[in-house]
Design a protein around this ligand. Structure first.
Ligand code: FPP
Length: 243
């Protein structure tokens, strides 16, 4: 008997929400929630690789998160630095390619340096791409792409008719990740919050009640199981898709 075909989402994105509430519920400072959140990141990356997800994008710090209190921002940056240092062997030994998207120039130089180094060291890895969205905003990405197009038009390199979805997409920071198949948001909130706006055009949305620090392999599997039950029509009718 042949093996059943398992349809996996190629690209999974996660809005990791609920760290603050997790800490608050325990009478702990918010940063404790972020610390546990970093542990959930480790577990989720490992599970995604084992399940066979090809691209995992984690919304680790949004462009808008710079509005948070400086102490919380500093603590998040330290956690990121620790993650990049501590996970080096896990990433390299498991053939994971690390990439980062966002306005990375705003990150503290130590964080940027460590991140760039591990991205370069893992650049040839192929089993899974782990993308950290840092200082990232979907609108901001579209704006910088539009600016590049305007600059090229001003130089006379393209005409208005040359502007296509493919051209715009080729200028996005997220261009090499491809379309998002499954977007997971934790903590019961039901928003996209400026995450991967263009790649999420046809993403299946999955909202988990788990707070991010409690999210684990079973939650990821539940989301993927749910995804596998969806019918993706991309504008076609159900009958067309079924035939
Ligand atoms: C949202 O929860 C979470 C964040 C803004 C930061 C996410 C960061 C991590 C998971 C840890 C560090 C990341 C890595 C990659 C090591 P919230 O603080 O908005 O929670 P709340 O809505 O309950 O207040």
């Amino acid at each position: 008997m042949s093996e059943p075909v398992v349809i996996l989402p190629r690209h999974v994105g996660v809005i990791m929400d609920g760290n603050g509430r997790w800490a608050q519920a325990r009478g702990l400072p918010r940063i404790e929630g972020h610390r546990q959140g970093a542990a959930a990141v480790r577990a989720t990356v490992r599970a995604a690789r084992q399940i066979g997800v090809r691209v995992l994008t984690l919304f680790a710090f949004s462009e808008q998160n710079w509005r948070r209190p400086p102490g919380e921002i500093g603590a998040l940056m330290e956690l990121l630095l620790r993650y990049v240092i501590d996970e080096r062997a896990e990433i390299l030994d498991n053939d994971i390619r690390l990439v980062a998207i966002g306005e990375l120039g705003r990150l503290p130089p130590r964080v940027r340096g460590a991140l760039d180094e591990l991205c370069a060291a893992s650049a040839k890895n192929r089993t899974m791409t782990l993308c950290l969205a840092l200082s990232y905003g979907g609108r901001e990405d579209l704006v910088q792409a539009a600016r590049q197009i305007a600059e090229r038009a001003t130089r006379g390199e393209i005409r208005p008719d040359d502007v296509s979805a493919a051209l715009l997409e080729s200028m996005l920071l997220s261009r090499e990740l491809g379309d998002l198949d499954l977007l997971i948001r934790t903590s019961g909130e039901r928003r996209i919050s400026n995450f991967l706006l263009w790649p999420a055009a046809y993403a299946e949305l999955y909202f988990s009640e788990a707070l991010w620090p409690d999210f684990g392999r079973a939650d990821l599997e539940a989301a993927i199981d749910d995804y596998r039950g969806r019918q993706r029509r991309f504008g076609r009718t159900a009958e067309q898709v079924e035939s």
